[in-house]
Write a protein that binds this ligand. Structure first.
Ligand code: ACO
Length: 336
């Protein structure tokens, strides 16, 4: 069963991560932390960090080219670009969608950036599938990309050990066969203080005070976020399965937002224990939390490692600042 009347097949994926590796041993030299603390509390060993002159869109260009190539689709066929990011190249103007459209030479498309924090890629996937269902587009490039390191305070051990940079993309195409089967999305602004980037917007515009008070970096209440994350990731997964009229037994691969291995463990306990763990795909140990890019990178990674093959049923579940959450069930591949 699909909740989209006109199917959107997921026909290609690509990802890109920057060259520079930041290890736990490197972080030990910067803040008061240890490899043992980071590994046991988060599951993260390495993250990739973009070069100083490498932007979010620069990374997305590589990921999008790879996704289009793997789908065998020319930029000329793309009707829409939906770009999920919380760390755009510029403060909204121009959007990353516009920069990417120009860089790829897409001649006729609409596009926009979408801000839903770490749930951004699932929101973008929903927007792409909805556009196809409505007949608004036939081919949609869906991107999740982040340069989180640009807004990470490398004097704050609570946050700097978590985040990494990277980009992932998929191509959605109007299809005769099912692709995206279901999506569920939600927000709860009551918990907006759990993670935020207080400076730089209209509440606290750029100023010397914003710099002095370090308001241009992530602020996070980790312990509270942990509990909310476990609940929303689990509930989202269950709701997306129910909407697709499927159970965990029908799913081949589970890709949760790659935030913290302990959060994911707790979610697996609630979803079905060992049965859920066996289906997990994780690359959080090598890339850290890449926010809106996390699920996109993991999807592409799982395809390139052969964990996802045509016909695989994949469950995605994400949560993010705001709060936002989103989950989806899709069948990989399909006939355009
Ligand atoms: N190295 C060493 N000690 C540290 C570090 C560090 N890098 N960071 C925090 N600590 C200390 C704290 O200061 C605290 O010390 P105290 O007891 O003396 O005050 C102690 O470790 C325990 O802190 P807790 O916050 O209880 O540690 P916890 O076990 O909860 O782990 C963590 C912290 C990893 C941040 C966890 O709460 C978490 O993962 N929360 C969710 C965060 C998350 O997912 N963030 C991404 C959100 S954005 C997104 O993806 C939506």
């Amino acid at each position: 069963m699909t909740s989209f009347p006109r199917p959107a097949a997921v026909v290609g994926a690509g990802h890109y991560v920057p060259e520079k590796i930041l290890s736990n041993a490197d972080l030990e030299k910067i803040v008061d932390t240890s490899d043992e603390w980071i590994r046991t509390r988060t599951g993260i060993r390495f993250r990739r960090i973009a070069a100083e002159n490498e932007s979010t869109c620069d990374m997305a260009i590589h990921a999008a080219r790879a996704a289009l190539a793997s789908a065998g689709i020319s930029p000329a066929d793309v009707d829409a670009v939906v770009f999920a990011t919380g760390t755009p190249d510029y403060f909204n103007i121009p959007s990353c969608a516009c920069l990417l459209q120009h860089a790829l030479g897409i001649p006729h498309a609409y596009g926009y950036d979408l801000a839903a924090a770490c749930s951004g890629f699932v929101y973008a996937l929903d927007a792409g599938a909805t556009a196809i269902a409505a007949g608004r587009a036939d081919t949609v490039l869906v991107v999740g990309a982040e340069k989180l390191s640009a807004f990470t305070d490398y004097t704050d051990r609570n946050t700097c050990v978590l985040f990494g940079d990277g980009a992932g993309a998929v191509v959605l195409r109007a299809s005769e066969t099912p692709g995206v089967l279901s999506t569920v999305l939600g927000i709860d602004g009551d918990k907006s203080s759990l993670i935020s980037l207080p400076g730089g917007g209209s509440r606290n515009p750029p100023s010397q005070r914003v710099l002095d008070e370090r308001l241009c970096y992530w602020r996070m209440q980790g312990r509270e976020l942990f509990k909310v994350a476990v609940h929303t990731l689990t509930q989202g997964a269950q709701d997306a399965l129910a909407k697709a009229d499927l159970s965990l037994d029908d799913i081949d691969v589970i890709i949760p937002h790659q935030a913290n291995a302990r959060i994911i463990e707790a979610v697996c306990d609630r979803l079905g224990g060992e049965k859920a763990r066996e289906k997990l795909f994780l690359d959080l140990d090598v890339y850290g939390n890449t926010s809106a890019a996390s699920i996109a990178i993991a999807l592409s990674d799982a395809v390139s490692q052969g964990r996802i093959v045509p016909g695989s049923k994949v469950l995605l579940t994400a949560f993010g600042g705001g709060l936002t959450w989103g989950a989806a069930v899709l069948v990989w591949g399909g006939r355009a």
